[in-house]
Ligand binder design. Structure first.
Ligand SMILES: [Zn+2]
Length: 321
């Protein structure tokens, strides 16, 4: 069931309706009011759909994903290194190999790669089948469900990662409070998420791929994400900005469909016009690479020494309506 909620970052109740968002990716029925908090600028779906309501919007049996997870150890480490090496490099700027938790581990490739690089890894994911496959393949501690229900031991992780996950969880504030509880002093938290401060968010409105309703419940900007992290005792140490080419392709796909009435798959069977547009967007993407104009951000945050590990860290109360 959907519930009307206060802002998850600041607890504010003054919100403006942006538009009614829909499932553009799979075209499933339903519309979801997207609002912006007048106090901190957080963009979120309100009323917020619950887990049961959201389940039909996630692909159920993704056999491609299953076969990837079942054959995890057959994957070339060299190839994974090319894909995931930058993530490892970022983490190891801050921490030597220790205990790492990946929240929303998907096909498990990041867990496998980091395990091979000497890390003691664990994971939590919604997909029960993936938990069984990845757990069986890697022989590591992986659990199913929400982080808050997984019951990891207090203070037990040095690094926690969320690659494209925080925007999907029911309450980022509660997720971060639990991360605070299960991490040790000086722990590193790495969050990859979209950047709602990118200029194309304003230009494209409901054609901006990143709103991704109803799977993305939240769209952050660097300021309100830093504010949320601070309530859990984490201080931002760096933000790397980048726009994946895929975002450009999807933005053009949605824009041409809804505003120009043009059909055709931009990624799999691009027309001449599609190729030209994507090339132009790619040029722009590279020009703003590393700047806050990019559509995605990887935020590194370090747990402050006085944050403790009991999940009661500061911030305003945030009761649901
Ligand atoms: Zn707010």
């Amino acid at each position: 069931m959907s519930v009307a909620v206060a802002c998850d970052v600041c607890g504010g109740r003054h919100q403006e309706l942006m538009f009614l968002s829909t499932d553009r990716l799979f075209g499933r029925e339903g519309s979801f009011p997207l609002v912006r908090c007048r106090d901190c600028g957080l963009i979120f779906i309100n009323p917020r759909p619950g887990l049961e309501e959201l389940a039909p919007y996630y692909p159920q049996d993704d056999y491609d994903l299953y076969s990837k997870a079942a054959g995890l150890k057959d994957r070339s480490l060299e190839e994974l290194g090319r894909l995931l090496g930058p993530r490892k490099g970022l983490i190891e700027k801050y921490r030597k190999p220790g205990r790492l938790l990946d929240i929303g581990f998907g096909d498990g490739s990041f867990l496998y790669f980091m395990q091979e690089c000497g890390w003691d890894v664990a994971g939590v994911d919604f997909n029960q089948k993936m938990v069984e496959l990845v757990g069986g393949e890697l022989g590591v501690d992986v659990r199913a469900g929400q982080l808050q229900d997984a019951g990891f031991e207090a203070g037990s992780f040095d690094v926690v990662t969320l690659w494209g996950v925080l925007e999907h969880v029911q309450s980022p504030r509660e997720t971060l409070a639990e991360i605070k509880r299960i991490t040790g002093e000086g722990a590193l938290l790495v969050i990859y998420t979209q950047n709602a401060a990118a200029p194309e968010a304003r230009l494209l409105r409901d054609d901006w791929f990143i709103y991704e309703a109803p799977r993305h419940l939240y769209s952050f900007n660097p300021d309100n994400l830093a504010r949320l992290l601070a309530t859990a005792g984490f201080g931002v140490s760096e933000i790397a900005f980048e726009t994946p080419l895929y975002y450009c392709q999807m933005n053009w796909q949605y824009f041409k469909e809804s505003r120009l009435g043009l059909k055709g798959d931009v990624i799999h069977s691009p027309s001449v016009m599609d190729r030209l547009m994507v090339k132009a967007l790619d040029y722009y993407r590279r020009a703003v690479n590393g700047r806050p104009w990019s559509s995605a951000m990887t935020v590194c945050a370090v747990k402050s020494r006085d944050a403790g590990a009991n999940g009661d860290g500061g911030g305003e109360e945030n009761n649901e309506v």
